[in-house]
Design a binder for this molecule. Structure first.
Ligand code: SF4
Length: 167
């Protein structure tokens, strides 16, 4: 059994980005705890962050694309998946117009700087006028009020960090 080593990192599950200390056996996560020296989260983690190892080792973890064929999900390669999605999106746009296909950005999008540029380029090229995110679904008031009060939606990050402060 490989020796356990501890690495310092941060949780990517939500924008609070809590600092974590992760015990690893090889690449396998065996324990996650809050990093007491992190300047913002100061040792805090929520259950989602501490469940990183369960996510990593879950038997149904999705590592490759899947498409539904005759009612069943089957693994496909990325080219096949992209071809099928391209065809479906084109058909929807042709029938219902450009606004019928929108862009959704989840938290992972915020950690993928190259992916964001690619998506924005695609959005301009098509064009694709509608953008949605976790905020438009469950907290649209946070960026809206922040924008109205300060001219920027960014200060609402402070409220997220403050939430994490309630250990
Ligand atoms: S609040 Fe929870 S999910 Fe969000 S970054 Fe911290 S540990 Fe991760």
């Amino acid at each position: 059994m490989p020796a356990v080593r501890t690495v310092r990192s941060y949780c990517r599950t939500c924008l609070a980005a809590c600092g974590v200390l992760i015990d690893l056996e090889g690449d396998r996560i065996v324990r996650v705890k809050g990093d007491p020296d992190h300047p913002l989260s100061r040792g805090y983690t929520c259950p989602k962050g501490r469940a990183m190892g369960e996510l990593q080792q879950h038997p149904e973890r999705l590592d490759d694309p899947m498409l539904r064929r005759d009612g069943k999900l089957v693994g496909v390669d990325w080219n096949e998946m992209m071809e099928e999605l391209t065809g479906k999106c084109a058909a929807i746009r042709e029938q219902h117009g450009p606004a019928a296909v929108g862009l959704y950005l989840g938290t992972g999008g915020g950690y993928d700087s190259l992916g964001l540029f690619v998506l924005r380029s695609m959005q301009r090229a098509l064009p694709m006028p509608s953008t949605y995110s976790a905020m438009t679904i469950d907290t649209p008031c946070l960026p809206l009020v922040s924008s109205l009060m300060s001219g920027s939606m960014l200060p609402n990050r402070c409220s997220i960090s403050k939430t994490c402060d309630s250990r």
